[in-house]
Design a protein around this ligand. Structure first.
Ligand SMILES: NC(=O)c1ccc[n+]([C@@H]2O[C@H](COP(=O)([O-])OP(=O)(O)OC[C@H]3O[C@@H](n4cnc5c(N)ncnc54)[C@H](O)[C@@H]3O)[C@@H](O)[C@H]2O)c1
Length: 289
C-alpha cells in the first residue's frame, strides 16, 4: 500500500497525545476515528476540537471550510471494532504500559484489514515488543510524535528488524502528509533520538545544579541564550512533569541495574515533595495557582 492510498486512520487513546494526533490526521484530509476506552476522555477530546478549530480559523491557521471538513472527518468512539475495523493505518497512543499495548495489538490484528499498518506512539517501547503479537510484523513500526502534537512539526519513525522497507516508506510519507518532518531511525534503540539527546542535557544540567556550580535559572539562561534552545532544561522538566522524569529514570534503572541510571537526588526530592512542575504549581520554578 502506498501512503496516498491511506484514507482511513484509527488513533487509539484520546489522552494528551491521541486527541491532538487525531486532529492532525483529520486536518490533513484523512477519515479519522479517535478511539478510547473512556467515554469521558472522548468527550474531553471532542470539546477540545470544538474549541480549537474556530480558534485556528481566527488565527489564520486554516480556513473555515478546512475546519468544517476536518470536523466532519473526525469521529469518536469507544468501540475498537467500529473505529479500527476499516482502518488502513493505526496509531496507538494508549497508556505507556507494555501489557495493555500487547493486548491491544493482538486485538487490532484480528479486527483490522490484513493490509493495515499498525504503529505505536510509545516513547520508549520499541515495536519489536509488539510485532510478535500480530500476524503482520512487517507492517508494524514506531511512529513517535512530540507533545503538543498539533504544534511540534517532527515525528520519529523507528524501523524495527521486522518492519518492511515498504511499511517504513508509507509511514514516512504519511508523516509528510501530516505536514511534519520525519526522522528515520534505521535501528531500534531505547529512547530513540530526541529523548536520548535530551537525557544527556537534563543529566548534565542536574549535575551542574546539584554540585552548586550555578542556579537553575542561570543554567536555563545559558541553554536558551548561548545554545539557542527555546526553553531551558529546568523549565522543560517543569513542563513535562518531574513525576515523568522520575518514572522514566526508575524504569531505566530497573532495566539496566546501573546506579547511574537512577533519578538524580534533586528529582527524587521534588518527586517525594509533590513538586512536579507546572501541573502542581511548583517545581524548579513557582507558578502560583
Ligand atoms: N505525554 C507525552 O508528552 C508523550 C509524548 C510522546 C509520546 N507519548 C506516548 O504516547 C502514549 C500516550 O501517552 P499520553 O501521554 O497521551 O497518555 P494519557 O494517559 O494522557 O492517555 C492515554 C489514553 O489511553 C486510554 N486507554 C488506555 N488503555 C486503552 C485501551 N486499551 N484502548 C483504548 N484506549 C485506552 C486512556 O483512557 C487514556 O485516555 C504513550 O505511549 C506515551 O509514551 C507521550
Amino acid at each position: 500500500m502506498s501512503a496516498e492510498k491511506v484514507g482511513k486512520v484509527a488513533v487509539i487513546g484520546a489522552g494528551t497525545m491521541g486527541h491532538q494526533i487525531s486532529l492532525c490526521c483529520a486536518l490533513a484530509g484523512l477519515e479519522t476515528f479517535c478511539i478510547d476506552v473512556s467515554a469521558e476522555q472522548l468527550e474531553k477530546a471532542e470539546a477540545f476540537v470544538k474549541k480549537y478549530l474556530p480558534e485556528g480559523v481566527s488565527r489564520g491557521r486554516f480556513t473555515e471550510e478546512e475546519a468544517a471538513a476536518a470536523k466532519q472527518r473526525l469521529r469518536f468512539t469507544t468501540s475498537l471494532e467500529e473505529g479500527a475495523g476499516e482502518a488502513d493505518f493505526v496509531i496507538e497512543a494508549i497508556v505507556e504500559k507494555l501489557e495493555p499495548k500487547k493486548e491491544l495489538f493482538r486485538r487490532l490484528d484480528e479486527i483490522c484489514p490484513p493490509q493495515a499498518i499498525l504503529t505505536t506512539n510509545s516513547s520508549f517501547f520499541v515495536s519489536s515488543l509488539l510485532a510478535p503479537e500480530t500476524g503482520r510484523p512487517d507492517r508494524v513500526c514506531n511512529m513517535h510524535f512530540f507533545n503538543p502534537a498539533l504544534v511540534m512539526n517532527c515525528v520519529e519513525v523507528v524501523q524495527g528488524p521486522h518492519t518492511s522497507p515498504e511499511t517504513a516508506a508509507v509511514v514516512l510519507a504519511l508523516v509528510r502528509r501530516l505536514g511534519k518532518e520525519p526522522m528515520l531511525l534505521h535501528k531500534e534503540i531505547y529512547g530513540f533520538l530526541v529523548n536520548r539527546i535530551l537525557r544527556r542535557i537534563l543529566d548534565e544540567a542536574l549535575f551542574l545544579f546539584e554540585t552548586g556550580v550555578a542556579s537553575a535559572e542561570d543554567i536555563d539562561s545559558a541553554v536558551v541564550n548561548a545554545l539557542g534552545h527555546r526553553i531551558g532544561p529546568f523549565a522543560l522538566m517543569d513542563l513535562i512533569g518531574i513525576d515523568l522524569s522520575y518514572h522514566v529514570a526508575m524504569e531505566r534503572y530497573r532495566d539496566s541495574n546501573d546506579p547511574a541510571d537512577k533519578p538524580s537526588p534533586t528529582v527524587v526530592e521534588k518527586y517525594v515533595k509533590g513538586e512536579w512542575g507546572r501541573k502542581k504549581g511548583r517545581g524548579f520554578y513557582s507558578y502560583g495557582k
